[in-house]
Design a protein around this ligand. Structure first.
Ligand SMILES: C[S@@+](CC[C@H](N)C(=O)[O-])C[C@H]1O[C@@H](n2cnc3c(N)ncnc32)[C@H](O)[C@@H]1O
Length: 277
């Protein structure tokens, strides 16, 4: 059930914010609206790594509405005082798998995870590894400020490895794991847990958004009647499996009979009409 929501969106909230301080890049708001709107009013459990002054946690609570649970994590002990009804703040390190496992146990899973923590690759990767399994199917994992992959301050530069950007390129390969055998592989022996759970990767300037999905082995299908004997150079029969061929034949049967009749001599047609009576 959807609960009633404030009409205004995130940007409005941010522009009029007189609550705690929020620190976001301006162009992130479009990305948030595109990927987070569907969770509004659906009581999502939202985890943000990196709390700072706590303003973004308040913004998420406003946006997702009544009944949502907003969980914040920060390494600085001072944030402990920022908890309030509906907003739980935990002090801990985003790269500590044991600490994150404790959060997963406590909340049971997350609809939305936003990594706005240290922006260091080892931490981003450790959090993703620890939390991806806890993102619910249909949920989303956002990693912010991945421009740190290019920044000297983080020990990086263009082309440096490993960075979150280079890891994202590897995730593109994982997304296509069903094809790693060199062609379509019905056994999918090469597919990893990423392949079967990563629905999509959306890359924007400085934000990567990962959709969690249940992705079975891809299935090729065709509908409609072949226009030629070959499709893309392969014999049509080879491209259409037996089941589908039977389906097409049954769909085409009335049409085929009509064509036969149109070619038939008039006497045969009369016989047909008589029989139908
Ligand atoms: C960019 S700020 C978060 C901003 C906040 N999300 C907002 O939108 O206003 C990054 C925060 O990550 C925290 N942080 C840095 N390293 C961390 C780590 N290893 N684990 C958890 N938090 C960390 C910092 O203390 C800092 O408060």
């Amino acid at each position: 059930m959807r609960l009633s929501l404030p009409r205004r969106g995130l940007r409005w909230y941010f522009d009029h914010n007189d609550g705690r301080l929020i620190d976001k890049w301006d162009h992130y708001f479009e990305v948030y609206e595109a990927h987070l709107r569907r969770f509004r009013g659906r009581r999502p459990v939202v985890l943000e790594l990196g709390v700072s002054h706590g303003g973004s946690l308040q913004m998420w609570q406003y946006y997702f509405g009544r009944g949502s649970t907003v969980v914040g994590v920060d390494i600085q002990p001072r944030v402990a005082e920022l908890s309030q009804p509906g907003i739980d703040v935990h002090v801990g390190d985003q790269s500590d798998a044991g600490f994150l496992a404790g959060l997963v146990d406590r909340y049971g899973g997350f609809d939305v995870v936003i990594d706005d923590g240290s922006h260091r690759f080892e931490h981003q990767q450790a959090s993703l590894d620890a939390l991806w399994g806890a993102v619910r199917v249909g949920g989303v994992y956002l990693v912010e400020d991945v421009h740190s992959s290019y920044m000297e301050a983080y020990g990086n530069e263009l082309g440096a490895e490993p960075t979150f950007i280079s890891a994202t390129k590897q995730l593109l390969d994982e997304l296509h794991g069903y094809w790693h055998g060199g062609g379509w592989s019905p056994d999918s022996v090469h597919a990893s847990a990423w392949t079967s759970s990563l629905g999509a990767i959306h890359v924007y300037d400085s934000i990567v958004v990962l959709d969690k999905a249940e992705r079975p082995v891809p299935r090729r299908r065709m509908t409609g009647r072949p226009s030629f004997d070959t499709i893309n150079g392969s014999p049509a029969e080879q491209m259409i499996d037996a089941d589908h061929r039977a389906q097409l034949d049954s769909l085409n049967r009335p049409l085929a009979r009509l064509r036969r009749l149109r070619r038939a001599p008039v006497a045969t047609l009369r016989g047909y009409v008589r029989r139908r009576r």
